[in-house]
Design a protein around this ligand. Structure first.
Ligand SMILES: Cc1cc2nc3c(=O)[nH]c(=O)nc-3n(C[C@H](O)[C@H](O)[C@H](O)COP(=O)(O)OP(=O)(O)OC[C@H]3O[C@@H](n4cnc5c(N)ncnc54)[C@H](O)[C@@H]3O)c2cc1C
Length: 471
């Protein structure tokens, strides 16, 4: 395939989440043709799955600038900029209208899962003329039909929400974990809403020690007050939940303090049972319940539960990228140049410098990870950062190197972390929270968004966010 032909192909964007849709908006502004491939039935499918959870960033920082420019001519207006939307509101009041614009809807294929990405006509080992080759993106639709799409470039904004870390130790699934899948949920089931029946009057094991685990535990406690027989066990890999309990009423962030205080109160009052230094080795599913076998504080552990909530964090799905020449950091699985900027062992949100295309590139030109997935296993991602990434990538793809290199997201030196999601990693997990291991106590992040917004902001009040270093 000639170079000219490659340039005439669309830029495939994998995932119609907030960052994938923003990428499409920026590409359109640059005169490039996006094709957005979304596995879910609608745009924002991943966000919709945690729709009952409230974001910690207010509306003004949840909307991409190019997306806004697409939306406003349709009569859309930004919701109260200081209000904190739920995931559902983010979908209904922003992502769905954005996906419905003529410009995007005509370039969006929902129900289309990307199975693999490769250079057209060249496997990973073939170098000759590689840079002239298009990308071949293999997809499967809801009916199981497999179709290949050719692309000039690929922006993988498929997030990490569907690839939780396993329950087993050492980063590997416990024996029987796959067979027990019907009993295992993601980190943020809608305990008090749509998923209520699954937990009411039943015994649930919550695994993890991050913000998502805390939110789910408190919802289960609330459920147990209304429904007798609701039993809760909480397993953490570390020796103590002290850091999750936080500074109580002295905490500089009221929401975080409240969360920790409530959780500690629930544990102290015996509303839930906390097991420390837990290692899950085997899951044995039965007709109604699943047996969880392993150790707790080196003693044998055997629990019989109706549901297991896996709140141990996320990892990127790299299997689909097996044929792409990637340059990934061996620790966090983010682009190598980005990793040191976001590594939770070294950095908190507040010390993550702004970044654009220059740190997102890979040996295979024109391929980018963006959004949540670009952070690999690091839990420090913010939407504002993702919007800046795709603005810069679109500029680079359009050949506007200067615009690509002028990074517009401005993180001031003083702010640290974002909110009560800032919970530290459990035990010796490297995947720290938003504030990671850098500061002993997480603090408020203050972000400044440069042009066009040009204002600083603090993300102060928070509710759930998973993947925040939950071990
Ligand atoms: C509970 C929670 C609360 C959060 N709160 C905030 C907040 O307040 N502020 C903030 O800045 N950030 C927040 N985040 C972090 C982050 O901004 C969100 O996770 C955000 O949704 C990431 O956007 P994304 O577009 O990168 O990925 P996603 O929203 O995960 O979107 C990825 C899309 O790709 C699709 N997809 C996946 N695999 C494939 C495939 N193989 N083929 C095709 N499509 C695929 C998915 O269905 C999905 O629609 C929060 C995260 C969580 C989980």
């Amino acid at each position: 395939m000639s170079e000219i032909a490659r340039d005439r192909l669309p830029v495939v964007v994998i995932g119609a989440g907030p960052v994938g849709l923003a990428a499409a908006a920026h590409l359109l502004e640059r005169g490039l043709e996006p094709l957005v491939l979304e596995a879910g039935g609608t745009a924002g499918a991943a966000v919709a799955s945690w729709g009952h959870v409230r974001l910690f960033s207010p509306w003004r920082y949840d909307v991409d600038a190019a997306a806004r420019r697409l939306l406003e001519p349709t009569g859309w207006t930004l919701p109260d900029p200081d209000a904190l939307p739920t995931g559902r509101e983010l979908v209904e009041d922003y992502l769905a209208p954005l996906a419905a614009t003529e410009a995007i809807s005509s370039r969006l294929r929902t129900g289309t899962r990307v199975l693999a990405v490769a250079r057209d006509g060249a496997d990973k080992t073939r170098s000759l003329g590689r840079e002239r080759r298009a990308y071949r993106v293999r997809t499967v639709d809801a009916a199981g039909r497999v179709t290949d799409v050719l692309a000039r470039s690929v922006i993988d904004a498929s997030g990490t929400f569907s690839t939780s870390n396993p329950l087993g130790v050492s980063g590997l699934p416990a024996a029987g974990e796959a067979d027990a899948a019907p009993f295992v949920t993601g980190p943020l089931p809608d305990v008090l809403g749509a998923d209520r029946d699954r937990f009411a009057g039943r015994h649930t094991l919550v695994v993890g020690m991050g913000h998502s685990a805390a939110n789910t535990l408190l919802s289960l406690v609330e459920l147990s007050e209304a429904t007798p027989g609701t039993t809760i066990t909480w397993a953490i890999r570390g020796g103590s939940a002290r850091r999750l309990f936080g500074g109580g009423t002295d905490d500089e962030l009221p929401a975080r303090g409240l969360l920790g205080t409530r959780l500690r109160g629930a544990v102290d009052a015996g509303r839930l049972r906390l097991l420390a230094r837990v290692s899950i080795e085997q899951l044995v599913p039965g007709p109604e319940s699943v047996q969880v076998l392993g150790t707790a504080k080196d003693e044998p552990l055997a629990l019989d539960v109706h549901a297991v909530v896996n709140a141990t964090g996320f990892r990127p799905d790299l299997d689909v990228l097996r044929e792409v020449r990637l340059d990934l950091d061996p620790v966090v699985e983010a682009p190598s140049a980005l990793a040191p900027l976001i590594d939770p062992n070294q950095h908190s949100c507040g010390t993550v410098p702004p970044h654009g295309e220059a740190v997102l590139s890979h040996p295979d030109d024109g391929f980018y990870l963006a959004g949540m997935k670009s952070y690999g296993r690091a839990p420090t991602f913010l939407l504002a950062t993702g919007y800046e990434q795709v603005r810069s990538v679109a500029a680079a793809l359009a050949g506007d190197r200067a615009a690509a290199d002028v990074v517009e997201l401005n993180l001031p030196a003083t702010g640290v972390c974002s909110s009560d999601l800032a919970l530290e990693a459990d035990g010796d997990s490297a995947a720290g929270s938003c504030c990671g291991a850098a500061p002993a106590e997480p603090q408020l992040v203050t972000l400044g968004v440069g042009a066009p917004a040009g204002v600083g902001f603090a993300t102060g009040v928070a509710h759930g966010r998973s993947g925040d270093g939950e071990g």
